[in-house]
Design a protein around this ligand. Structure first.
Ligand code: SF4
Length: 174
């Protein structure tokens, strides 16, 4: 297994595509697995079979990449996805912002670490840290009050996190 930590960040889009094609050829020829770390949802959607979303060093949601990005259940995942630009000028909209500062991992908030920034927080969220549990759809989730509706409806292939630059094959893990 290869750990690829932000392998295409800060690269020109055409160079990103070359690097991703190289990684894909390694997958095909060598049968490798990747632990692919990235903040680019478009690259993740293109390259990764499964997606693990982390907040303050903990996995808060995990599952098949397309399912997690199209139907996020954790509020942080929803805001992360919806605050990413949509690569389509016809879909201009006000992007939501995740309010507040990232707390120090050395002194994380009590209960759910995301509660000071979560609009869906309830009193129990300040006291009890939700465990990462199995949820339907071959997914894992750590949230006591998961989203019933996405912050913003899925926008199909034009949604944030889509890749219009690369072909649509998906492999790997993030
Ligand atoms: S457990 Fe509560 S504070 Fe944490 S993400 Fe879920 S709703 Fe928000």
């Amino acid at each position: 297994m290869i750990v690829a930590d932000e392998p295409v960040s800060a690269l020109d889009v055409s160079v990103q595509a070359q690097v991703l094609r190289l990684l894909e050829s390694l997958l095909d020829r060598r049968g490798l697995s990747f632990l692919f770390v990235s903040h680019d949802l478009g690259v993740i959607r293109h390259f990764c079979d499964r997606l693990a979303v982390m907040y303050l060093g903990r996995i808060i949601e995990e599952g098949p990449t397309a399912r997690v990005l199209d139907q996020p259940m954790h509020p942080y995942t929803g805001l992360l996805r919806d605050s990413s630009p949509v690569p389509d000028p016809k879909m201009r909209l006000a992007l939501p912002r995740i309010v507040g500062e990232i707390p120090s991992p050395a002194a994380p908030p009590t209960g759910c670490h995301f509660h000071p920034r979560c609009s869906w927080a309830e009193p129990t969220c300040r006291k009890e840290a939700p465990a990462l549990i199995d949820v339907p759809g071959n997914r894992l989730l750590a949230c006591s009050h998961p989203l019933k509706e996405p912050v913003r409806p899925a926008l199909g292939d034009a949604a944030a996190g889509s890749s219009q630059v690369y072909p649509t094959t998906t492999r790997g893990i993030v």
